[in-house]
Ligand binder design. Structure first.
Ligand SMILES: Cc1ncc(COP(=O)(O)O)c(C=O)c1O
Length: 399
């Protein structure tokens, strides 16, 4: 198939729910992807934050190949060696007290489990989430998500969710009632614009939850697994939640969502109350085991910290050169660059020049590259952005 044929088929047959970019990606390696015409791109989207260990990491490929030849499918009502290995590995790298694991297939599903868990454990219905939060688009997760454009068409949503202004402990305290089961929060808000909370916020939430008996749920679907320079972002503030949701990057590119919880919390779910056919699938588990090994062996969270500092410094130099940049912020290799106008043109022009970038709202560029990205590749991204911003400035202010 050629480029046109691929695009035509997707246009014609696929639900029209993704804002498509006109690129057919057919191959990836490390931080690079290639389109169907063999044009190379530096992938600062990391497939929306998935490709922490890089595209098609050889160890993940080998593990998946080996598992595919052995056993692809095994429902979790049977035991399986690949699954048990993953359970061991994931609990070894997670906060110690989070020693019970539910395996699903996506970030939204990891959040769904956390919501049901909170209600079942507490016997209470209410969940407090943050304004500008993003937790996914299934009905439960969507009810915790803030953005109107995702919520409005699907009302009525799940009842008893309320949103409070982020980073404001007083408002959280005021919102808690005797019906509150849990507070759900992203340690760093990703879709909401790469927003890092003030230092006291997450420890303050922990304190409030300890005092009131409300569960604290961290959604680390985007921040987890080395992205921000520590294995989980909550480590930056030394705060351990009662429930932790992870997905995106944890299986080296394969679909996996994980909900970790304290023993007494997870044990509130009884046999049959929350299951999914593919959860704990051996192929995905084998990929995830390999991805965790790579994360540790290649010290990728440390690498995210150093490469992230370098990347952010370079972006700040761009900010000094281009008045269109309002702010650069981020931790590790989760970086946002806020502009004074819509970023769509910058994203499209960068793609033309071989650099793929995400947005996070109308005027924020978001960088979630694989943690294996090289300095030379970061330099190429910066040079491209420099050129594109110059061009954009000239177009906006002719003469
Ligand atoms: C913080 C957070 N939670 C949940 C989700 C939903 O994950 P998924 O798209 O895998 O359902 C996302 C996706 O971007 C996310 O960033």
């Amino acid at each position: 198939m050629n480029e046109k044929e691929v695009m035509n088929l997707e246009e014609k047959l696929m639900a029209n729910v993704y804002a498509k970019r006109p690129i057919v990606i057919t191959r990836g390696k490390g931080a690079l992807v290639w389109d169907i015409n063999a044009k190379e791109y530096i992938d600062c989207t990391g497939s929306y934050g998935v490709c922490i260990v890089g595209h098609s990491h050889p160890k993940v490929v080998e593990a998946v190949k080996r598992q595919a030849e052995t056993l692809i499918s095994c429902h979790s009502s049977f035991y399986n060696d690949a699954r048990s290995k993953l359970l061991q590995k994931i609990t070894q790298i997670s906060p110690k007290s989070l020693n019970r694991v539910f395996l699903a297939n996506s970030g939204a599903e990891a959040v769904e489990c956390a919501i049901k868990l909170a209600r079942k454990f507490s016997g209470k219905p209410e969940i407090i989430a943050m304004m500008s939060a993003f937790h996914g688009k299934t009905m439960g997760a969507l009810s915790a998500t803030w953005d109107k454009k995702y919520r409005e068409p699907f009302k009525p949503l799940v009842p008893e969710f309320k949103h409070v202004p982020p980073d404001n402990l007083q408002k959280v305290k005021k919102a808690i009632t005797d019906k509150t089961a849990a507070i759900i929060v992203e340690p760093i808000r990703g879709e909401g614009g790469v927003r890092i909370p003030p230092n006291g916020f997450l420890p303050g939430l922990r304190e409030i939850c300890d005092k009131t008996g409300v569960l604290l749920i961290f959604d680390e679907v985007q921040t987890g697994f080395g992205r921000t320079g520590t294995i989980f972002a909550c480590e930056h503030w030394n705060v351990v939640p009662d429930v932790l949701c992870v997905a995106k990057s944890v299986a080296g590119g394969l679909p996996l969502g994980i909900t970790l919880a304290k023993e007494n919390v997870m044990s509130s779910l009884k046999v049959g109350e929350h299951t999914t056919t593919f959860g704990g699938n051996p192929l995905v588990c084998a990929g995830a085991c390999a991805a965790i090994d790579v994360l540790l062996e290649e010290k990728l969270s440390e690498r995210a910290a150093t490469q992230g500092r370098y990347f952010k410094r370079k972006l700040e130099l761009l900010q000094a050169r281009h008045k269109i940049v309002r702010e650069v912020r981020g931790l590790g290799l989760m970086i946002g660059m806020e502009l004074r106008f819509d970023v769509l043109n910058i994203i499209l022009k960068s793609a033309d020049r071989g650099v793929l970038i995400l947005d996070a709202g109308r005027n924020i560029l978001r960088f979630l590259p694989p943690l294996v990205i090289e300095r030379e590749q970061i330099d190429r991204v910066i040079n491209t952005l420099d050129t594109v911003m110059e061009e954009e400035k000239n177009e906006r202010l002719p003469g």
